[in-house]
Design a protein around this ligand. Structure first.
Ligand SMILES: [Zn+2]
Ligand SMILES: [Zn+2]
Length: 76
């Protein structure tokens, strides 16, 4: 049997390979450190202050605006 490298983990945001130096794990999902930011304002997040909904990351403010109290449209 030829040696097989272990499957490379993929970033939840950009779907590209994640290597150890840039790996960040949150909520059992894998991210690049550089991809771990709010989908609205691109603010860099940490595992202490991030929020997520369906794999989309938000800062506290935009999580409130887009997920908890969406004021432009109702998501059913
Ligand atoms: Zn990424
Ligand atoms: Zn934000």
């Amino acid at each position: 049997m030829p040696w097989q490298p272990p499957p490379t983990e993929k970033c939840t945001v950009c779907a590209k390979s994640v290597y150890a130096a840039e790996r960040l794990e949150a909520g059992k999902k894998i991210f690049h450190k550089l991809c771990f930011k709010c989908a609205v304002c691109r603010m860099t997040l940490t595992v202490q202050n991030y929020h997520q909904s369906d794999g989309v990351l938000f800062c506290k403010k935009h999580f409130q605006e887009n997920v908890v109290h969406p004021n432009t449209q109702v998501v059913s």
